[in-house]
Design a protein around this ligand. Structure first.
Ligand code: IPE
Ligand code: IPE
Ligand code: MG
Length: 249
């Protein structure tokens, strides 16, 4: 069913459909500061961050964006206090369970990127279940980067490729970008066209290092829990002003 048929919001009239990014990636940063500004514990910021992510996912789907990738937990985030890490792991489980029906209804395909084997067993089960249940959906490809690190991803691809070479299945001269990309967590998903980082930090924090070679970057001071449909609209407007040259003149 199209957005119009279900009377969901359609693309704002000032945005050009042919210039929409096909894949948007987001570094969902600023949950802790959002909570601190309100005198709340950091975990309240994470809860509110989930609501923001739900709104952005729905909006991207409604507006016809093909893929959304969200950075939910980095390989470095294990260095946070154990209470916060535990809260996040439980939150991911609860939200996945609660939102599965909604994602089925909205035709979302859920994927995960990251070293999933290091996550709590119950969460791994939820993840497996969500990926299997939604694998035949034909709406937006929604990838949640969980225990994700760009360097670790590149290293694990190198290891897998080296094993193939060692087994005599691949020659070093056959290793090209296509072979390499097949070994990334994001295999089968085109590189992001637009990367959004909230909360004003001008850094990548180990996100999608290989994939963002030619991605347009948009940084906003807005904290992630406040990043809503209007904020996304602004990011897309900015993206549509860009001239992507890919090294050409
Ligand atoms: C991003 O918000 C969410 C995660 C990293 C899980 P932060 O928790 O990093 O919030 P700030 O940056 O401390 O405000
Ligand atoms: C990046 O945010 C990771 C996620 C949003 C999941 P961080 O808050 O961990 O990044 P740094 O530490 O400010 O670089
Ligand atoms: Mg942060």
């Amino acid at each position: 069913m199209t957005a119009q048929q279900t009377e969901l919001p359609v693309l704002p009239s000032d945005l050009k459909r042919e210039l929409l990014p096909r894949h948007v990636a987001v570094i969902c940063d600023g949950n802790g500061r959002w909570a601190r500004h309100r005198g709340l514990p950091r975990i309240m910021g994470h809860k509110q961050g989930v609501n923001a992510l739900k709104e952005i996912l729905r909006t991207c789907n409604d507006w016809g964006i093909e893929a959304l990738t969200a950075y939910a937990f980095s390989t470095e985030n294990w260095k946070r206090p154990v209470e916060e890490v535990d809260f996040l792991m439980t939150l991911f489980q609860v939200v996945l369970r609660q939102e599965l029906r909604e994602m089925m209804k909205e035709n979302v395909r859920v994927k995960f990127a990251g070293n999933l084997k290091a996550l709590p067993a119950a969460l791994q089960e939820q993840i497996q279940n969500a990926m299997e249940e939604t694998q035949n959906n034909r709406g937006i490809k929604f990838t949640i980067a969980t225990n994700y690190g760009g360097r670790q991803e590149i290293l694990s691809a190198c290891r897998a490729i080296a094993q193939q070479v060692e087994a005599g299945l691949l020659k070093p001269s056959e290793i090209d970008e296509e072979v390499f990309e097949r070994h990334l967590y994001t295999a089968g998903i085109d590189d992001p066209d637009l990367l959004i980082r909230t909360s004003g930090e001008m850094r990548i924090s180990n996100f999608l290092l290989w994939q963002i070679a030619y991605t347009e970057i948009y940084v906003t001071d807005t904290l992630w829990p406040d990043f809503d449909r209007n904020q996304l609209h602004k990011a897309l407007s900015s993206y549509q002003q860009r001239e992507r040259r890919f090294g050409k003149i």
